[in-house]
Design a protein around this ligand. Structure first.
Ligand code: F6R
Ligand code: MG
Ligand code: MG
Length: 360
């Protein structure tokens, strides 16, 4: 999964169909040349999502360069000529330098040997940051009140290993669940700093991978939220697809929304146009999910995971919480705390007032 926001229509709302057309053509050429086995192009709000399968392993420069060139071409052929908003926004570097990580676009890669049958679920968020996956990933792989299989399926009894990345100091740690559950929660309850990057089953089977890019930490200034993606394998000794989705039935509060500076509920929506245009107060933050079977490297599907009316109530709750949070206006905890505001305009405001503070 490689994704980027390279410009959108009517502000930061949604992609232009021509952008997706160019992306699909680019991916189709790469498939015919044999660089990738298969692809699916979609969007979450204003983010273009390239879902790709290939046999070159994680962090391969040919795949990263392919995605980079694709986003460049979309920017040059569509975003700039149509003067789409924030054209080329996430392309933080001029030239490609071997690995797309740290250059702006978000990346989540999961290398695995295909099982007899391999359901793979892809989650794509808009108007939020990578720490938004912490709560659902914990519930999916460590919370028996969410995932019945942790109790009922002996294949899951030995638990899962979480790799947690400290995105501020760039170090990571592996923690085993359930044995180290409290240590894990002590870290991931601070989603602005500690981010779940990967989950393995206790025997090493790759179960999930998430993008961890924090644009503001790369650029040192505010350049839009990271709008992360996540890949989760399901079933047969892993949480069932329905257990994975159950974790999203609670629209938990995440950081992002307007100007990347507000807490709001993460609302699961269908990929369908009516739900995938991010409008109210540039949000609220949302997640789109697609389900596939990976079959000899081909992507069979997708299913639109949150199109189920069973998520209607989650959306209603999200909208209720959105109303409640909005009533705080510029006050915390709706507005993010000062350490997060460092990456937006707060330092400039403080600078402006600097000389007016008097000693008391
Ligand atoms: C959130 C986001 C938007 C913008 C907002 C202001 O990730 O990108 O909420 O921050 O629309 O954008 P500018 O400053 O470009 O007018
Ligand atoms: Mg945008
Ligand atoms: Mg976005």
């Amino acid at each position: 999964m490689i994704k980027a926001d390279v410009g959108s229509v009517s502000g930061h709302m949604t992609v232009h169909p021509k952008q997706l057309e160019v992306a699909r053509q680019f991916m189709e050429d790469a498939r015919q040349k044999g660089t990738i086995s298969d692809y699916h192009v979609t969007h979450a709000g204003d983010d273009i999502e390239l879902i790709m399968t290939h046999a070159m392993g994680e962090n391969h420069s040919a795949i990263h360069e392919l995605a980079w060139k694709c986003f460049k071409q979309i920017t040059a052929e569509v975003s700039r000529p149509l003067k789409l908003y924030a054209a080329g926004q996430d392309m933080l570097s001029e030239a490609f330098s071997g690995n797309i990580k740290g250059m702006g676009p978000g990346v989540a890669e999961l290398e695995f040997a295909e099982r007899q049958s391999d359901p793979v679920l892809i989650f794509m968020a808009d108007k939020t940051e990578p720490g938004a996956w912490n709560l659902p990933l914990f519930k999916i792989f460590a919370d028996p009140f969410n995932t019945a299989g942790l109790i009922i399926d002996l294949g899951l009894h030995d638990g899962f290993i979480f790799t947690v990345l400290d995105v501020v100091d760039n170090v990571s740690v592996e923690l085993k669940c359930p044995a180290e559950m409290y240590d894990l929660l002590a870290l991931i309850g601070t989603p602005s700093k500690y981010v779940i990057e990967r989950v393995l089953r206790s025997d090493g089977l790759p179960a999930a991978a998430a993008s961890t890019t924090r644009l503001s930490l790369i650029a040192g200034r505010y350049v839009g939220k990271d709008d992360p993606v996540c890949i989760v394998r399901a079933q047969h000794g892993l949480p069932a697809a329905g257990e994975v989705l159950e974790a999203f039935a609670f629209p938990h509060l995440v950081a992002g929304w307007m100007r990347g500076s507000h807490h709001g509920p993460l609302m699961p929506v269908s990929v369908d146009d009516s739900q995938n245009k991010v409008s109210r107060f540039d949000g609220p933050p949302r997640v789109v999910g697609l389900g596939f079977q990976v079959s000899d490297g081909k992507l069979i599907g997708p299913t639109d995971l949150f199109a189920d009316p069973a998520f209607d109530r989650t959306r209603q709750t999200a909208n209720l919480v959105a109303d409640y949070m909005r009533l705080h206006g510029p006050f915390m905890p709706h507005r993010l705390g000062p350490e997060e505001m460092e990456y937006t305009t707060l330092p400039q405001v403080l600078e402006k007032l600097k000389t007016r503070f008097k000693k008391t």
